[in-house]
Design a protein around this ligand. Structure first.
Ligand code: ZN
Length: 294
């Protein structure tokens, strides 16, 4: 929330106009700011995959943000919520009512393809008019700005699962680290050269997320408590699930995009986060990461 209020609002300022003129290095710098904010919000490790983390928090990339803001601004213009002088710059409209097979809402700017490619690809009106034409019809016909933004978000932005941000900051951070596959478990550390071995302390050859959640004998008591709590929350006994299916439930919940399952998923998440905290396997090490040499 702080990132959106204090940082993204600054990045967003006129992004729809200056965004397309940014080069790859400049876009990468802005993406880096966003990535650091996502890491701060989730308390994940430095080596966490950017794509996995953005997907987990449900944030779009800077390039997607430029397109989203541009289309929102364009909608404001064509619905007359802007100045007259700006409306004069809109490309001429086509009459799509008489030509249902033609999806173009706006005429092309009258320049040759070579000039369009060279000068106008980054200009607001020619660029956004083409994006507008590619939107589904029901989105372009949304009755109000609020409906339009909601429909456009569903069409363009990554799906945000509310349940994934549930829990205490610390408990949620541990669960997120397992979801993005970058935690203090030896199998994760070994991949990035921070551990010499993938072995678990119990002697198992591969300390993975599945091993921590389902089979490590060191946390048997804590796991029994977790299964006891989950028995009342899941439709059948946790031990009757396959390991992969149970991992999915423990890290993402049951039907995570179904609002009717939110309350049940909250209870599942609370118990899983409690398990991760009392095993102390990730807690101790995740505090250690802040004192690891850079
Ligand atoms: Zn073990």
């Amino acid at each position: 929330m702080s990132y959106k209020m204090y940082v993204r609002s600054k990045i967003d300022y006129c992004l729809q106009v200056y965004g397309p003129t940014l080069n790859k290095t400049q876009i990468a710098k802005l993406d880096k700011v966003q990535y650091r904010a996502a890491r701060l919000a989730t308390q994940t490790m430095k080596s966490t995959s950017r794509e996995k983390l953005l997907k987990d928090v449900g944030w779009e990339t800077i390039t997607q943000r430029i397109d989203y803001l541009s289309i929102c601004h364009f909608h404001k213009m064509i619905t007359g919520q802007t100045r007259e002088r700006i409306l004069e710059c809109l490309p001429p409209r086509t009459n799509i009512a008489f030509n249902l097979r033609n999806k173009r809402h706006f005429e092309k700017y009258p320049y040759t393809a070579r000039l369009r490619h060279k000068f106008l690809d980054k200009s607001f009106f020619p660029r956004v008019a083409i994006m507008w034409d590619s939107l589904p019809k029901d989105v372009t016909l949304a009755p109000s700005m609020i409906d339009f933004k909601q429909m456009l978000s569903e069409h363009m932005k990554p799906k945000k699962l509310k349940i994934l941000s549930y829990g205490s900051k610390f408990g949620n951070s541990l669960q997120t680290q397992l979801r993005v596959g970058q935690s203090q478990l030896n199998s994760h550390l070994h991949k990035i050269g921070l551990s010499n071995t993938t072995n678990c302390k119990c002697g198992h050859h591969d300390e993975t997320t599945s091993h921590l959640l389902h089979s490590c004998p060191l946390y048997k008591e804590a796991r029994n408590q977790l299964h006891e709590k989950l028995s009342g929350l899941l439709e059948r006994s946790p031990t009757s699930y396959t390991r992969d299916a149970l991992t999915q439930v423990l890290l993402y919940g049951v039907e995570p995009d179904n609002p009717e399952q939110y309350r049940r998923n909250k209870s599942i998440f609370w118990n899983v986060q409690h398990y991760l905290i009392i095993t102390r396997r990730l807690c101790y090490m995740s505090k250690l990461q802040f004192v690891l040499p850079k």
